[in-house]
Design a protein around this ligand. Structure first.
Ligand code: 8YV
Length: 329
């Protein structure tokens, strides 16, 4: 009998057909929450899950006695109860690598857009306010030759740094990561304590994963360390930055601007002032959102799930310990 999987992410026809050859597939289009009664009921029989952007709380696992693997269409796994999954030997798979360059492109787009005030000034033209040659009130600041500080220096942080160092002649500093001698040699990057990096950087780009250790890592104290001319970019997870403290810093002119792809609440609450602030560029979590990359992520998740449910090691596995127990079992 075929194993049963629940699919709640966007998959191509080809990917669905690939899954259907192996499994009984039940699709949930537009699933907003794991609380959905139909989804909860289906969990009882499910061996695998594939999807993203839906938080799976640990309690829900009691309703999924047959679950063997989850293939998330994302690199981040803050939506999953990793310890509880490992304890039950449920494999958690993610999609690193295939989205690194695209997400770094998004980071750089935010660096450029905030520094050169691209969105604000495009709006200025759209409103018909461009009546004479612009002056210093509309000037931005240079990106090339400046100091780029990466908070987190994993795959995506390194890819942003590479763009800065090799494309824009930027000095690269990094914090919240173990020493990376190869990247130091390649990019001239230097490791700093977080406070030092914040004080030194013209652009602070947050790329660290969300965990209890990084929740509100950038708060009022950290923002106060930044130069008044500096710009904060967040392409990681909203809760890594204390949003209330950030709004206050921006309003008081304690930092110059922010480029944000992620927020404490997503979709962003209509009450949030952030999208309406002239010195903020707010994007709807588009980090990896290109046709090519989302397709590659979905394919990686499909491949991970097929391998996991046929007893083979998935390509990208978050909880190695669960694999060890399953293999030993
Ligand atoms: C999207 C992401 O949130 O991969 C991640 O961790 O943040 C994203 O690419 C989404 O999960 C895409 O399906």
């Amino acid at each position: 009998m075929k194993k049963r999987i629940l699919a709640y992410g966007r998959l191509s026809e080809v990917q669905l057909a690939q899954l259907s050859r192996e499994f009984e597939v039940q699709q949930f289009h537009g699933l907003a929450s794991a609380d959905d009664p139909e989804f909860r009921a289906a969990l009882h029989e499910a061996h695998g899950l594939i999807g993203s952007s839906v938080a799976i709380p640990a309690e829900l696992l009691d309703e999924a006695p047959n679950l063997e693997a989850i293939a998330s269409v994302s690199v981040g796994y803050d939506n999953y109860p990793v310890a509880a999954l490992t304890q039950r030997s449920i494999l958690l798979c993610n999609t690193p690598d295939v989205l690194t360059e695209t997400t770094a492109d998004t980071g750089f787009a935010l660096i450029m857009a905030t520094a050169r005030r691209v969105v604000e000034l495009a709006d200025f033209v759209r409103r018909g306010d461009w009546q004479k040659s612009i002056g210093p009130a509309h000037f931005g600041s240079d990106v090339h030759g400046k100091t780029l500080g990466l908070v987190g220096f994993g795959r995506i942080g390194a890819a942003v740094a590479r763009r800065g160092a090799l494309g824009f002649g930027m000095r690269v500093r990094y914090a919240m990561a173990s020493p990376k001698p190869a990247l130091e040699a390649e990019l001239g990057a230097e490791r700093r304590e977080l406070d030092e990096l914040l004080a030194e950087s013209d652009f602070v780009c947050v790329t660290v994963p969300l965990s209890e250790a990084t929740r509100h890592l950038i708060g009022a104290h950290e923002l106060a360390r930044m130069k008044p001319s500096a710009i904060l970019v967040n392409i990681a997870r909203g809760p890594v930055v204390d949003e209330a403290a950030l709004i206050e810093s921006l309003e008081m002119g304690r930092i110059r601007a922010a480029g944000l792809d992620v927020f404490e609440q997503e979709p962003l609450s209509p009450e949030s002032p952030l999208p309406y602030m002239a010195n903020v560029v707010a994007l709807p979590h588009i980090g990896s959102a290109t046709h090519e990359t989302r397709d590659a992520m979905a394919q990686r998740a499909v491949d991970n799930l097929i391998l996991a449910l046929s007893g083979e090691r998935p390509i990208s596995l978050v909880n190695e310990d669960a694999w060890e127990t399953r293999r030993g079992a």
